[in-house]
Design a protein around this ligand. Structure first.
Ligand code: GDP
Length: 378
C-alpha cells in the first residue's frame, strides 16, 4: 500500500505546478520526510511546506524545525480546524504560474493523426471507466487485440495520460487515458480515490463512456457515483456488465434488479452483458457505439421538431397560457434544442417536452439539452 501511494504521489508531483508537502508537527522530521524533501529540492517549480496539526498558537514554534528540510519557510496549519489554511492558500496563489503544466492542445494533435482535418466530425473519444479490478484493462486489450490495428498512441492532456487511437469499422476511435490499460505499459493499480479522479478526467475528455461493472460484485456505491458524474457531464454511457461468465442464473437475475434499482437514472442506457476475458458479448459493443454516436450527432429537421412540440402542447398545454412558439435544433453533440416561448416555462413542463422529443426521435440514452428563449413582443 505504501509503495503504491508513494508511486501515486510521485506521479501527481510530475504533473503539478506547485507541490505542497504536508508534514506532521507532532512527529517532527521523519526519514520519509527527508527522502521526499530531497527529491523536491531537485525539482523545478515552487514547493511549499505545510506543517500540520498546529492547532493553536502555543504549538507554532514547532514549525521552525522543518526549515531543515531546505524548502523555505514552513506554513503552520491545522487541517482539522482550518487554522492557517487561508495563508497557505494565499502563498499558493502567489506562486501559481499563469499557464497550467502539461497543457497540450490535444484536438490540434488529433487532426494530424486522423489525417482528416476539418472532417465532418472529429474523431469519437471513448473512455473506459470503472472500479479497479472491474476488467477495464482486459476489455481494452481485447478490443485492440480484436481490431489488430492500433493507429497511434498519443499524449493526453495530463502528463502521464496516453490515449490510443484504434482503427475500427466505425473509423478511428480514440480511447482516452489508456496508459494503465496497455499490456506492456501497465502502471500500478491506483488507489480507489485516485482512480476515481482519473476516471472523471478521462470522462471529461470523451464523447462516450463505457462503464465497466464487475457483475460478480454488483453495482457498488462508487459505481453509482461514477455513473452520476458521467451522466451529469452530459456524456452518454454504455454499461458493460463484465465477468458475466462467472454468474449463475440466480446471480444474473439479481444483478438485473440491482441495475434497475441503482442505475435507474441512466434511463435507456444500453447494458451489455459481456466477458472481457473470453470476448463473449463484445461483438455487440461496436454496433451499440455506432447507435449512440449516430444519436449524439443527429440533426433533426426543424419541421419535425416543431411538429412534435405542437402535438405535445396540444395534448398537454403548459400552464398560464405559456407556449412554445417554435423551436430548432441549435446544435448536435449532444442534441440541443432552442425553444422560443412567449413566457417562462415551468421545469416540469420542459421535462415533459424533452421526453416527447426523446421518444419521437428515438434519442435513447443521449443527453438532450433544451434552451428556452423568450420571444419579445408576443
Ligand atoms: P482493471 O483493474 O479494471 O483494469 O481490471 P483487470 O482488467 O486487470 O481485471 C481484473 C481481474 O479480473 C483480472 O484477473 C482479469 O483476468 C479478471 N477478469 C476481467 N474480465 C473478466 C471476465 O470477463 N471474466 C472473468 N472470469 N474474469 C475477468
Amino acid at each position: 500500500m505504501d509503495a503504491k501511494v508513494s508511486a501515486q504521489s510521485e506521479k501527481s508531483m510530475e504533473g503539478a505546478d506547485i507541490v505542497v508537502m504536508v508534514v506532521d508537527s507532532q512527529a517532527g522530521i521523519t526519514a520519509d520526510d527527508e527522502g521526499v524533501a530531497g527529491r523536491l529540492r531537485g525539482r523545478t517549480g515552487p514547493v511549499l511546506v505545510a506543517v500540520n496539526k498546529v492547532d493553536d498558537e502555543a504549538h507554532e514554534d514547532l514549525i521552525w524545525e522543518f526549515i531543515r528540510l531546505g524548502l523555505g519557510d514552513p506554513f503552520p496549519v491545522s487541517a482539522l480546524h482550518g487554522r492557517g489554511v487561508g495563508d497557505l492558500l494565499d502563498a499558493v496563489m502567489a506562486v501559481l504560474p499563469d499557464e497550467p503544466a502539461g497543457a497540450t492542445d490535444s484536438d490540434a494533435a488529433m487532426v494530424s493523426v486522423s489525417g482528416q482535418p476539418g472532417a465532418d466530425h472529429p474523431m469519437v473519444s471513448v473512455s473506459i471507466v470503472g472500479r479497479p479490478n472491474a476488467g477495464k484493462s482486459t476489455l481494452f486489450n481485447r478490443l485492440i487485440g480484436d481490431e489488430r490495428s492500433v493507429v497511434h498512441d498519443q499524449p493526453g492532456t495530463t502528463r502521464d495520460a496516453i490515449d490510443t487511437v484504434v482503427q475500427t469499422e466505425l473509423g478511428p476511435i480514440r480511447f482516452v487515458d489508456t496508459a494503465g490499460m496497455r499490456r506492456r505499459a501497465r502502471i500500478d493499480q491506483a488507489t480507489e480515490y485516485y482512480s476515481l479522479l482519473r476516471a472523471l478526467a478521462a470522462v471529461d475528455r470523451s464523447d462516450i463512456a463505457l462503464l465497466v461493472l464487475d457483475a460478480t460484485v454488483g453495482v457498488t456505491h462508487q459505481d453509482q457515483r461514477l455513473a452520476e458524474r458521467i451522466d451529469g457531464a452530459g456524456c452518454p454511457i454504455v454499461v458493460l456488465l463484465n465477468k458475466w461468465d462467472l454468474l449463475d442464473t440466480e446471480a444474473r437475475e439479481a444483478i438485473a434488479l440491482d441495475i434497475d434499482h441503482r442505475l435507474h437514472f441512466l434511463g435507456d442506457a444500453a447494458v451489455l452483458r459481456v466477458s472481457a476475458l473470453s470476448g463473449k458479448g463484445l461483438n455487440r459493443l461496436l454496433p451499440e457505439l455506432r447507435g449512440v454516436i449516430a444519436e449524439y450527432r443527429r440533426r433533426i429537421p426543424t419541421q419535425a421538431v416543431n411538429r412534435v412540440l405542437r402535438d405535445a402542447q396540444a395534448v398537454h398545454p403548459a400552464p398560464d397560457g405559456a407556449r412554445v412558439l417554435y423551436a430548432t435544433q441549435g446544435a448536435t453533440d449532444p442534441p440541443t434544442f432552442t425553444l422560443f416561448a412567449n413566457r417562462t416555462l415551468p421545469r416540469t413542463y420542459l421535462r415533459y417536452l424533452e421526453r416527447r422529443l426523446r421518444e419521437a426521435f428515438d434519442l435513447g440514452s443521449v443527453p438532450v439539452k433544451l434552451r428556452v428563449r423568450r420571444r419579445s413582443g408576443e
